[in-house]
Design a protein around this ligand. Sequence first.
Ligand code: ATP
Ligand code: MG
Length: 271
Amino acid sequence: MLDAPVAVQDRPGARPLPEPARGEVRFEGVTFGYDPARPVLRNVTLTIPAGQRVALLGESGAGKSTLLGLLTRTHDPQQGRVSLDGADLRDLTLNSLHTHTAVMAQDTFLFHDTVAANVRYARPDATDAEVHAALQAAHALGFVQALPDGLNTVVGERGVRLSGGQRQRLSIARTLLARPTVLLLDEPTSAVDAQSEAQVVAALGALMQGRTALIVTHRLSLARTADRVVVVREGSIVEDGPPDVLRRHGGAYAALERAMGEAVGEELPVA
Ligand SMILES: Nc1ncnc2c1ncn2[C@@H]1O[C@H](COP(=O)(O)OP(=O)(O)OP(=O)(O)O)[C@@H](O)[C@H]1O
Ligand SMILES: [Mg+2]
């Protein structure tokens, strides 16, 4: 990664996002293709008010991860603009953009270092009490305290092996400490076994609290707790609304919900 050419760079005159950031995200007429001749996203327009929790659903290859990548400027649109609090992302410094956005994917990366160092990586000046509180909020304190050396246990590549769910909860603690304005979650529960799934979902709830969150998920329980569901098909938004409304509407979301429910034998439930 370090040797890869940097495709996206600060524009001359790029500025940091004005503080305090609110977290309003806007896609305006965004068209993007990895090969510009073949757009993956077509004329996408979407306004996400600060603090809203949006579930992005759609079939494999629909363009969900690509949409998230536009928010971190992994790629820039060929047409249209993506903005945060009204500022075109291309006018912001990358440093500021990366301070305000956090991405969590399914494959959590842990360094060969202690639990405490892995969590503190997000904010090196965090106090012990803050690290402790982040672990607690991420439902990770219990298993961490049971490790041979507690927070000083070495994990990662050659350290103590952790389950997918435990790794994910450490990653959630790390992200909590970073205090991002906008959270981007790409199938955050897919590497997690059924046993720790409930804890990961609870930890994600704590993480998303009070933040703008875009979450790509195949989990019915996560989709249903979103304020809003956006269904993407072949690079376009085909449905957009609160999950209850879309369910009654009986369209794409209703069909996906049935499919997700059947896939896991999940009961409908719990708001
Ligand atoms: N780095 C890339 N280079 C070229 N094409 C890509 C790249 N990443 C994705 N694509 C293509 O863009 C389209 C959308 O991919 P994307 O990863 O956004 O889908 P997705 O909705 O996240 O799917 P999934 O649910 O499988 O993760 C697909 O046709 C895919 O093949
Ligand atoms: Mg994807």
